[in-house]
Structures are given as C-alpha cells and as structure tokens.
Design a protein around this ligand. Sequence first.
Ligand SMILES: *Cc1c(COP(=O)(O)O)cnc(C)c1O
Length: 400
Amino acid sequence: MRTGTNHLFIPGPTTVPEDVRMAMNVAMQDQRGPEFGALTLGILADLRRVFRTTTGQVMLFPGSGTGAWEAAITNTLNPGDRVLMARHGQFSALWAEMATRLGLVVDVIDVAWGAGVPVSEFMRRLAADRKGEIKAVFVTHNETATGVTSDVAAVRRVLDDCFHDALLFVDGVSSVGSIDFRMDEWGVDLAVTGSQKGLMCPAGLGILCVSEKAMAAAEKSTMRRAYFEFRDMAATAATGYFPYTPPTQILHGLRRALDRINAEGLDNVISRHARLAEGVRRGVAAWGLMTCAEHPSLASNTVTAIRVPEGVDAREVIRIGYERYNASFGSGLARLAGKVFRIGHLGDLNEGMCLTALAVAEMALVEAGADIEFGSGVAAAQAWYAQGRMAQATLRMAAE
Ligand SMILES: *Cc1c(COP(=O)(O)O)cnc(C)c1O
C-alpha cells in the first residue's frame, strides 16, 4: 500500500494541476459540432504566444513529441536530403536515428553527452556547403537526457552569417513554455513540442509551430506522409476543426493549462523555472556532486542530470526513491544508465516540491552508499529560495 502523494520528479510527463485534471472531466463531445471550433481556435492563438510568433502556424496532431518530429521532417524535406545535427544525448540521438530511417542523409556531429550544440562546427560545415546541399539544421534546444540547453539564437546567427538557406528545426519538447523560446526572433522554421511537459497536460498531442518558409517548403516536399499531412491539418485548423478525431479531453485540459500560463504571465513562468532550477543546482553542488552539463552556462532550467559518486549505482538511487519514498526520479538514458539520475523541475512546480525532491534524493543517495550529509542540499536550496523571496519583499517595500 502506497500512501501519500507519488512525487513525479521526472522531466515528463509532469504533474498535471488539479484544475487542469478537472477541466478534462467533460462529457464526450461532437467534434464537428458548431461550438467545437472556438475551443481550438483559442488554444491555437494562445500557443502562438507561447511560441512567441505572429507569423508561425501552430498544428496539433494527436500523438506525442516523437510524432511531431516525424511530421516536421516528412512535410518539409525530400528523400535523400542532407541535414546537419549534433548528437549529445538520447533525444538528439533518437531524432538523428529517425531522420536516417526516413531516408535523409544525416551529417551527425558527435559531441560529449553534457555538451551543447557545437555552434562553431556548425559554422564550419555550413560555410563549406557552397552548393547548399544541407537542407536543414536540427537543434535539440533542451537535451532532456543530460540537462543541457543549447543556444538556438547562435545557430540562427551562423546560418545568417553564412547566407545559408537551410531550414532550422528545433526540438523544444522540454523547453517550450518553461525556458525562453523565440520562434520569430530566432528564425525557427519548425518547432516541436508535446502536451506533457511544460504544458502540464497528459501526453497525447504532438505540437508544431511552422514558419511561412517551412509552409512553402511543404508545398514542394515529396516525402511520403499521410496521417501527418500539414495541408489537411491546416485546412481544417483554419476554422478550429481536425481532419480526424482529436483528443477532446486533452484540448480542454490544454485550454485550462494555457489559462494558468496567461494568469502567471509567460515571462514569470520562465523566471520561476530559472529560480527553482538554481535552487536544485545549489543543492547538488552542496552534496559535492557534478551535473552532466559540462558548464554552468549550459545548465537546463527544466531538468538536472546528476552524476552519482564512484561506486554508487544511479539505478539504486532511483529504485530506493520509488520503492521506499514513493518518488520518481528520471533515469540515466542509454550510455548514462547507472551513472546519472535526473530531477525534472518543470511545469506546475514550487519551492516546496523542489525541496522535497532534494530531501528524498539525499535519503536515496545515502542509502545507495553515497557519502552525503543529510540536509546539506536542502539547506543550500532553502537559502537560495528564501533569499530570493526576501529580496523581492525588500524591493516591494522600497517601491511602497
Ligand atoms: C520528451 C522528449 C521527447 C519525446 O517526446 P514524446 O512526447 O515522449 O514522444 C523528444 N525530445 C525531447 C527533448 C524530450 O524531452
């Protein structure tokens, strides 16, 4: 018998807020009925604000982030097209693998799992590509396996400096709605996300934002696709409908989740993630442990991947957390298995939840054999969180 709350300290699916869950408890609905379109149109308009675009087109495909990866590729590229991407964690590795399976020629740059996208190497490859053979550059904005955020704006600058016409694809599954993301300003052509991470909903929607340039590329693309056809989706989405049955429950949940983001304000959502993440990182540093991210400037505000000390198995840390303390941590994926455990800190989250994550992690680490002082990580995070609150109070008093 498990009592109390099961703490979901994984980087997706994330905790679904109570009011979002309640909003999904609706009777089945006629998805071709006259009222249905307004629900979708409102969601699409609000998602454009989350992507920070005025010209991009948002598409909601039943599926998940992985489906949205596939939709982005098959709608805009052509068989045998050359694409450039870095592999620096399990998610970028899977995207590269998918691109290969779909018949693209993938120029992969392997860098350390813990490094960011190698911008200067991208620069070298793009500058050398005089004939414009590279048709797209893929960037994993936030590599969820390693807790690394890469600089998408820098990749855009490189493309512009080389006068290169390649499409810019960005995987924003664990960044959109929680880490600063700017579709228009960064000239992103295809941005991909899902419903179950920063957007605080159950899994079930693969979400895309498509630039005008990518929509034009879609007109000429000859790759095989059927279910994920942009043209079909765009035609029905114009009035808020779908070419096939949408997951209406999740749409009602997403409506409420977007209301929450609007009420808090997107900028505040992003700064909350930064503040909460910094507390987690200070906790990890107080334990004397390293993160997977190679440099503080790469550290993700939605997930921290923590290297366990020599002689400790990260799988044990995760098992103890789950079995004894009813808390889920993210595992080390692929080559990081056993070496890393991850704390997801995105979505509907506050200080107390982060402190619980650190407190449970301390117990699981010690029980798995790590030499860590109880309370050390928690205290470091408390000091950071309280300092932030007190500084805010002082500013408010000064303002009054
Ligand atoms: C979760 C995640 C995915 C996969 O998305 P699914 O919704 O599980 O298909 C892809 N990329 C990144 C960066 C992710 O975090």
